[in-house]
Design a protein around this ligand. Structure first.
Ligand code: ATP
Length: 273
């Protein structure tokens, strides 16, 4: 991907039908879609559309996907950047990048700005901050706050941000007129997983013994990203076995492999636990 400053400004083809489950979250963002399609209809009566909403949930549950689908449904450009890139890659220039991004977005409005891992820039400023230390991140956060305050909803820019740690965010970000809405994106239950499997099974050539419901029963605790991974892995395993179709056995082996990968990752993240 273009890891440069930020991605974007292009239209996306992803729509709600690519996002399985998450019915409540889709309902909540529907208002944003309506607004982006026709901003003046909403502002003419004096109503204020929220500028930003926070998508809250564990990794891999479809937060990025949903944000893209909002842009796709409304047929507007999608800008995105990741909070951690900002802090790590752009030392000394974070604040300027934020200003640049908002300038470009306003020029292409109506549009969506998506900020992944906002906690990386948006951590509470009081938390363990040494006076004079970590100025870079604070400057970036301050410029984000300034930019958010600096445009009205009539500018047609909506900011969606993702986090799995809303408790760590600086309260200034959560004030009215900023990210004053939270939309929770939970891990899927068995029905949600079945729907996600159905989406990711669709492009594959499947044997007659493959059953989405049974696969979802075999994958408790999996998020959408892991399910997508299983489907891709199963197709690769079947290809390696010179098969003409992906069968249930390939999925069982793929699930084992993905579980193995998750276990390894957890070990690395929490040694000695
Ligand atoms: P992170 O917090 O790690 O950035 P995320 O919540 O933004 O994760 P996504 O990047 O949206 O997760 O999901 C990764 C991939 O997993 C998606 O591109 C998609 O292939 C698949 N996926 C996740 N959730 C769903 C879903 N609800 N329906 C269909 N596919 C999904």
């Amino acid at each position: 991907s273009r890891a440069a400053l930020f991605e974007g400004g292009d239209k996306v083809k992803i729509t709600f039908k690519d996002v399985a489950g998450l019915e409540e979250a889709k309902e909540e963002v529907q208002e944003i879609v309506e607004f982006l399609k026709n901003p003046s209809k909403f502002t003419i009566l004096g109503g204020k559309i929220p500028k930003g909403a926070l998508l809250v949930g564990p990794p891999g549950t479809g937060k990025t996907l949903l944000a893209k689908a909002v842009a796709g449904e409304a047929d507007v450009p999608f800008f995105s950047l990741s909070g951690s890139d900002f802090v790590e890659m752009f030392v000394g220039v974070g604040a300027a990048r934020v200003r640049d991004l908002f300038k470009q977005a306003k020029a292409k409005a109506p549009c969506i700005i998506f900020i992944d891992e906002i906690d990386a820039v948006g951590r509470s400023r009081s938390r363990g901050s040494v006076p004079g230390g970590n100025d870079e991140r604070e400057n970036t956060l301050n410029s984000l706050l300034v930019e958010m305050d600096g445009f009205g909803t009539d500018s047609g820019v909506i900011i969606l941000a993702a986090t799995n740690r809303p408790d760590t965010l600086d309260s200034a970000l959560l004030r009215p007129g900023r990210f004053d809405r939270q939309i929770s994106i939970d891990k899927p239950d068995i029905n949600g997983r079945t729907e996600i499997f159905q989406v990711h099974l669709k492009p594959l050539t499947l044997g007659p013994d493959v059953d989405a419901r049974r696969l979802s029963a075999q994958t408790p605790g999996f998020a959408g990203a892991e399910i997508a991974n299983v489907c891709n892995e199963a197709a690769l395993i079947a290809a390696r076995r010179d098969k003409k179709m992906v069968t249930d056995q390939d999925f069982t082996d793929a699930i084992d492999r993905v579980i193995g990968g998750l276990e390894k990752k957890n070990k690395i993240i929490s040694p000695g636990e």
